[in-house]
Design a protein around this ligand. Structure first.
Ligand code: MG
Ligand code: MG
Length: 605
């Protein structure tokens, strides 16, 4: 299927927009009338830029308040339409979008509207123009694609068809089966947009919160399934109104759009479905200067980690605690390469996957930046907006033996320690882009966005997991410097891993052991323990023990959760230890505000 995007979806001058659309690999572009009217180029010049960029204009829009006008206004509506047709002919485009009437003076009636469209169809026919009718979710009389289709059907004119827009249909939860009975040749174009679920006015929701398919919560794949039943094989066109996109980096947003469409097309095609299986998060990697090595090593040793090897040729050390591997990379070039002047910085992690080839093939088709392994680099690496992801083949179990001189042979597994999840922190306007890479490339699911209340602001948070829950991540979007997440961004000079959670089968014993070694943990207030004792009906002695150890507690439908935090290291990251009891699924989100308050308190004292 061919892909297109509306100029309104990205920012810039009309020329800049067209060029960004072409660079992102789209086949076509919808010209928004305002983008055309406010630019200084003549229609001929615009058409030349579009053609020279290898694009075509898929659509000119919008034309408003046309159908069902009372007599005196009706004549003017037709005159306005003819004027639009003039511009379209100069732009050499043949499809206009007419959205359903929102005017208070308009009149209802399916036949009245059908008559208007037939008459306009006759005028359009002479100029070889096609008219696409779209039901706005807030149209006065027509606000449902089923009514728009009935009007188009009754108009029964070759030059009049319907335009489907996923937002207008899905935001109103209209029965999708009704799409599959529309003849494909009467669907003139399909516009796609997703959106997070918000209870709000439809018009406001649409104008400010639309996003790319896969970034929001609407069931776009279901929409596509019913659309595919019609046999439609025309353009899929993105029409996004989003406040962040209006100020965000145009090239990145256009690329995200293209990526979201490729992923959506693949997802509804069984043969192209993402088959990547992530076995586990295999390791995390710090970049640092050699002079900071001892500081970080001591921090890790206090947490129970042991150095078990040094890289055979590079300044890289491997630390292990049970199943958790941490790499300390103090090669001279690493911090410069990562653009992070002050190490130590937790900048990368590695995942073990079933099939590297198909993953990299996917990355290529999605235009995601990756670097193949070579003599310099022992693993394939994907460069995402929030850091680097190394890819380990599940078959190459001796990647460590091959490259490291390993010192210890009999490693323990006393606490069954594993990497449970990684918490990324980003600027809020980078969140949707980062998310898209994880969902499209790794085939992960995502939770809706939720707010974490920080005493100094709000952090937006979203959970990314694969079906098997062998890959868990939270992404946190900070918008102000005063929140803990915002401070982290400032210190780190960019996005990255803020904390890593390690899971164990016995958190209480682990904490006691580390306490005995002198390790301290983040102090939690007594008030918290009084509250959870009552809230969860906890055993008094058990609760006292949690309080002594500074362990936080949570429950969900399936089980319970214990978690504890280390102090913040070097102002830029910390570890969390967790224990999931009886298949607890969450991340202790209700404890986040206590953690944040404790970190603030520790900071200020
Ligand atoms: Mg639309
Ligand atoms: Mg966490």
């Amino acid at each position: 299927m061919k892909t297109s995007i509306a100029t309104v979806s990205i920012n810039g001058t009309l020329k800049e927009k067209i060029i960004a659309v072409a660079n992102a690999g789209f086949d076509g572009v919808e010209i928004f009338e305002n983008d055309f009217l406010t630019n200084n180029l003549s229609p001929k010049e615009v058409t030349k830029i579009v053609k020279d960029s290898g694009l075509e204009i898929t659509l000119f829009q919008p034309f408003r308040d046309f159908e069902g006008m009372p007599d005196n206004h009706r004549i003017r509506a037709f005159d306005r339409a003819k004027r639009k047709f003039d511009i379209m002919q100069e732009l050499e485009t043949d499809l206009v979008l007419i959205c359903s009437n929102t005017s208070n003076i308009s009149l209802g009636g399916i036949d009245r509207a059908a008559d208007d469209f037939y008459e306009l169809g006759e005028i359009a026919k002479e100029r070889s123009i096609k008219i696409g009718y779209e039901a706005l979710a807030w149209g006065k009389y027509v606000n449902d694609h089923r009514d728009a289709w009935e009007i188009v059907r009754r108009a029964n004119h070759k030059n009049v068809g319907i335009i489907l827009d996923s937002f207008h249909t899905l935001s109103k939860k209209i029965d999708l089966k009704s799409i599959s009975s529309i003849p494909a040749e009467k669907i003139f174009i399909v516009q796609l947009a997703d959106a997070p679920y918000y209870e709000m006015d439809l018009l406001y929701w649409s104008r400010h919160f639309r996003n790319m398919p896969g970034q929001g919560d609407l069931p776009i794949t279901d929409f596509m399934t019913y659309l595919n039943q019609t046999g439609y094989d025309g353009y899929l066109s993105l029409e996004i109104f989003n406040d962040n996109y209006r100020s965000g980096p145009r090239e990145l947003i256009a690329k995200d759009g293209k990526r979201s469409l490729i992923s959506l097309i693949n997802e509804t095609d069984k043969k192209k479905k993402n088959t990547t299986i992530i076995h586990n998060i295999e390791f995390i990697e710090f970049a640092l200067e050699e002079k900071n090595l001892e500081l970080l090593e001591n921090f890790l040793i206090m947490l129970g980690f042991k150095e078990i090897g040094k890289h055979k040729s590079k300044s890289i050390k491997l630390f292990i605690f049970d199943d958790v591997k941490i790499i300390l990379n103090y090669e001279n070039t690493i911090l410069v390469k990562e653009g992070r002047k002050q190490g130590p910085s937790l900048y990368a992690f590695g995942i073990k996957v079933n099939d590297i080839k198909s993953l990299l093939h996917n990355a290529k088709s999605l235009d995601i930046d990756f670097v193949r392994k070579d003599s310099n680099q022992s693993m394939d690496v994907i460069n995402n907006i929030d850091g680097s992801i190394y890819i380990v083949d599940h078959n190459s179990s001796n990647v460590w033996k091959k490259e490291f001189n390993l010192q210890e042979k009999n490693l323990s597994n006393e606490f069954d320690l594993k990497i449970d999840h990684i918490a990324q922190t980003l600027h809020q306007d980078e969140m949707s882009s980062a998310l898209l890479s994880y969902t499209t490339l790794l085939g992960t699911k995502k939770s809706p966005i939720f707010d974490i209340i920080d005493p100094s602001g709000i952090t937006k948070s979203q959970i990314i997991e694969n079906e098997e829950q062998t890959f868990r991540m939270t992404i946190n979007g900070a918008d102000n410097k005063n929140t803990i997440a915002g401070k982290f961004l400032e210190n780190k000079q960019g996005s990255g891993i803020q904390h890593v959670a390690l899971s164990t089968n016995n958190l209480i014993e682990l904490v006691k052991k580390l306490n005995n070694q002198g390790q301290e943990f983040l102090k939690i207030s007594k008030n918290y323990y009084d509250d959870i004792e009552a809230r969860f009906g906890l055993d008094y002695e058990f609760c006292k023990e949690l309080e002594r150890l500074n362990i936080l507690y949570d429950e969900d439908d399936s089980g319970s959760f214990l978690q504890i935090y280390t102090p913040v290291f070097n102002d830029n990251f910390f570890f969390e230890f967790v224990q999931r009891i009886n298949d607890y699924k969450g991340y202790g989100a209700s404890n986040a505000l206590f953690r944040i308050a404790a970190q603030k308190y520790a900071n200020d004292n």
